[in-house]
Design a protein around this ligand. Structure first.
Ligand code: FAD
Length: 464
């Protein structure tokens, strides 16, 4: 419980209507999209100005209240599960696109701007903001930057990190820190922007973010290649890249996921296919047409039973909407859905796909697999019921095995979903004891009282 006098101080800063302590509100902000036990905060604050944001952070620090910033709460690693009785700062009151500069190709946004809204606003000016997490219709730029979110276009265009030119953020004492600039080059000071991207709300609170924009590709072509063998589909991914073609998007869905998505979205996906690849090429029309013909031929050579090229923008959009619905479609099938994020060098993708199947069999679990195959980033998705304790134990073992196999192949625990609470206990497996020590020293130096999103990235026990 936060004392009434302190609640009044929060209300003075953010306004009476923007600080909540009702049980229903506290419950609403106790969980996110990850399978992590909910934790009830003590207060929700919704600042609507940069000044109020800074003062809210300072008030938390002055009163030793742990704070967790929250955009849309769609993260899949428990990054916005608060501490008991702590403060959740919601950024959806700071959702202005402050500037879109066409001449210098950048945008300046507040952290609560919804990703798809920014993408649409810049597209209307012939510009392109490529990072497009599957959640883009609701996720925020602040959350994307804090997670270094990826998405469907990572293969050609990279991830959020590649588009953050600079930012201003509040440190734990509420001091405004500025880093980076609106220029293409900036070598002033430490690269604090690099440090803050992916910091999951543990080092500071973003107030404004400067994002790089690029010209909108003139032409796009999407196609769907259907395979009778899972292995052949995954081998085709490597074959396309080996042929020096870099599609904007190269997605993989196994049969289980195809059936779930088709039942959910009725987009016309082939339910009997063992696997399929969804591919989009973009750029100048002539180049796109040439590459599309090569990709189509390659898919057929690799054993695709059919390759369908989207005939118009409506068909293309339908296919991508279906792909974006994969998580929601799978979530309908069982009470608990654990979506993992293991990523391997893409040449090892066929091995990883087989390894996941083996693990599903080993632990007698249902695992649907889809993901950003061109990035080697698979989402093995375990469908289970956390209340079934015996099965849940097998799920935990399966997750361990998925991580172990990914690491053996030179991969990583998380391609894009971040560490949060869900993966901090695995961090040393991928890195080293030195990494944990270095990271916790950094955190302690910048946040001595461990106020900023405690327990995320660095496990609570490693910090003490
Ligand atoms: C259906 C679905 C599809 C998804 N697809 C993808 C995908 O393709 N690629 C991908 O990368 N992820 C994906 N995700 C995961 C998730 O959407 C991303 O991690 C996204 O970046 C989270 O944005 P958010 O606004 O919901 O942030 P939140 O979940 O609210 O927060 C995420 C983290 O950011 C921190 N944070 C938020 N705002 C700030 C701020 N102003 N300052 C400092 N820290 C802040 C939070 O404390 C937390 O640690 C998906 C999730 C779902 C549910």
């Amino acid at each position: 419980m936060i004392a009434d006098s302190l609640v009044r101080q929060f209300k003075t800063i953010v306004g009476d209507d923007n600080a909540w302590t009702d049980a229903t509100d506290l419950h609403t902000y106790s969980y996110d999209a990850a399978v992590v036990d909910p934790v009830q905060p003590g207060l929700i604050a919704r600042p609507t100005t940069i000044e109020a944001l800074g003062k809210t952070v300072r008030l938390c620090n002055d009163n030793n209240l742990p704070l967790t910033v929250r955009g849309a709460g769609t993260n899949l690693s428990g990054g916005t599960v608060p501490l008991p009785g702590g403060v959740v700062i919601v950024t959806n009151g700071m959702k202005s696109i402050l500037e879109i500069n066409e001449a210098d190709m950048y945008a300046v946004v507040q952290p609560g701007v919804v990703t798809a809204k920014l993408a649409a606003a810049v597209e209307a000016k012939g510009l392109f903001y490529p990072p497009d997490p599957g959640s883009q219709a609701v996720s925020t730029i602040g959350g994307n930057v804090a997670e270094n979110a990826g998405g469907l276009r990572g293969l050609k265009y990279g991830v959020t990190r590649d588009y953050v030119m600079g930012m201003s953020f509040f440190d734990v004492e509420g001091n405004l820190v500025k880093s980076g600039s609106r220029t293409v080059k900036c070598a002033t000071g430490y690269n604090l922007t690099g440090l803050m991207v992916g910091s999951e709300g543990t080092l500071g609170v973003f107030a404004e973010i400067i994002l790089k924009l690029i010209p909108l590709p003139a032409h796009r072509k999407a196609m769907m290649a259907v395979f009778e063998s899972l292995e052949r589909a995954s081998e085709t991914v490597a074959a396309i890249i080996a042929d020096r073609i870099v599609p904007a998007t190269l997605e993989f869905l196994d049969n289980f996921t195809i059936r779930a998505v088709e039942d959910f979205s009725k987009a016309g996906l082939p339910k009997d296919a063992a696997a399929m690849l969804l591919i989009e090429l973009d750029g100048h029309a002539a180049q796109v047409e040439e590459d599309a013909a090569r990709v189509e031929a390659l898919c057929r050579t690799m054993g695709a039973t059919s390759v369908r090229v989207a005939q118009d923008a409506a068909e293309r959009d339908r296919v991508w909407a279906a792909r974006r619905a994969a998580l929601s479609a799978l979530a309908q099938l069982k009470p608990t859905l654990v979506l993992e994020d293991a990523t391997v060098p893409r040449s090892r993708l066929p091995e990883m796909v087989v390894a996941i199947q083996r693990i599903a069999k080993r632990y007698d679990l249902t695992i649907g697999t889809f993901g950003h195959a061109g990035d080697g980033n698979l989402h093995p998705t375990i469908l289970t019921d956390k209340r079934n304790h015996a099965e849940w134990e097998r799920v935990e073992k399966a997750i361990d095995d998925i991580f172990d196999d990914a690491l053996k192949m030179g991969g990583t625990l998380s391609g894009e979903h971040g560490t949060g609470l869900a993966k901090c206990r695995y961090l040393e497996k991928e890195t080293s004891a030195g990494t944990i020590l270095f990271s916790s020293r950094l955190k302690r130096a910048l946040d001595p009282k461990n106020i900023l999103n405690p327990g995320k990235i660095i496990a609570a026990k490693a910090y003490l």
